[in-house]
Ligand binder design. Structure first.
Ligand code: 2RA
Length: 341
């Protein structure tokens, strides 16, 4: 029988994208159940339909441990606390939890999966599969075909992360604050609630909390998750993660060092031949990927490919993806596709 799919956190930024992606991929569901906190129960969500579920409205149900009876696949995006609280109920109901939070990503019994990179890891799940952090996903999608040319020994990455990485309220803060700023609202009267500082006309080198070594948790995620997904603990990763006043799509400047020589031509050919990657790289015509123009797309876009002569075997590249899609909802639904018989 076709799977019953539950969306946990259906009213959030990623939740509504789950619905859109299920439709776009025509996921063969027999039922789609929209779940959220009591506050949102009864709310109607437009759904374009997928599989055996026809287009119409989904009524949001309050999420309780009983909500997962009869569910086969539970797509979770409601924060680490809720995921931890409900893991037992989900797996006891026989459903597989595909979790977008950071709750279980580094657990030894939980695969951390990007379908273009390590699809085979779904095989050893014990009821939970973790969706990696958005900034990690798009980087490893780009790294994998390069790694297959020659093992990667070191990566230096700086991110330019969109406000929507902080969810729907963060997007609203960028939008409203920009408008207020342009309307001449004095600095001390601008509403700063989601981010640590004003995000309008600013860049904030601070995503998630600071750790003991003065790096941020977002940067730490890029280091440890990359090693786990790529299956190579020897890759050294140095990351600096920055929030920028962009609504959707994270961008990353990535410098890669290889064990052996990799030519720009071979790298470009390998990237272009990979499903899920679009190479946009034509400097002569000012063609390169840009966040402002790629919202709502599925691929990981790579451009500005060039030699990095500061190391023996180095390349530099620029990577952009819609982090609500490939960095969250799309990657999770692609994991669910791997579970289909
Ligand atoms: C961010 N890493 O951009 C997040 C979202 N998962 O803040």
């Amino acid at each position: 029988a076709n799977p019953v799919v539950a969306i946990a956190g259906a009213t959030g930024a990623v939740g509504s994208e789950f619905l859109q992606v299920l439709h776009d991929l025509d996921f063969p569901a027999s039922e789609v159940r929209a779940l959220a906190s009591a506050r949102s129960a009864g709310k109607k969500l437009p759904f374009a339909g997928c599989g055996q579920v026809s287009a119409g409205e989904l009524t949001v149900q309050e999420m309780t441990p009983e909500s997962f009876e009869g569910v086969d696949i539970a797509l979770f995006s409601c924060g680490a606390g809720v995921s931890k609280e409900l893991r037992e109920a989900v797996t006891a109901a026989g459903a597989v939890m595909i979790d977008n939070s950071s709750a279980f990503r580094m657990d030894e019994d939980v695969p951390l999966v990007v379908p273009e990179v390590n699809p085979d890891d779904v095989a050893w799940h014990n009821g939970v599969i973790a969706n990696p952090n958005c900034s990690t996903i798009q980087m490893v999608v780009a790294l994998k075909p390069l790694y297959d040319l020659s093992p990667i020994t070191r990566v230096v990455v700086s991110t330019y992360q969109a406000a929507s990485g902080g969810g729907a309220p963060a997007m609203a803060e960028l939008y409203d604050q920009t408008k207020a700023f342009l309307d001449g609202t004095p600095e001390d009267e601008l509403a700063v609630e989601v981010f640590q500082h004003r995000i309008a006309f600013n860049c904030i080198p601070h995503i998630d909390k600071f750790l003991d070594d003065d790096s941020t948790k977002e940067e730490w995620k890029m280091v440890v998750e990359t090693k786990k997904i790529m299956g190579d603990q020897n890759i050294k990763v140095a990351a600096t993660c920055v929030r920028v006043p962009v609504l959707r799509c994270h961008a990353e400047s990535v410098n890669v060092e290889f064990a052996g020589d990799v030519s720009v031509e071979d790298a470009r050919a390998a990237l272009a031949a990979t499903d899920g990657i679009t190479v946009m790289d034509d400097c002569a015509n000012n063609v390169y990927p840009m966040p402002g123009l790629l919202a709502g797309t599925n691929d990981t876009y790579v451009g500005r490919l060039r030699k990095d002569d500061t190391v023996d075997h180095g390349l530099a590249l620029w990577v952009v993806a819609d982090q609500i899609r490939k960095g969250a909802a799309l990657n999770a639904v692609q994991i669910a596709q791997l579970l289909l018989p």
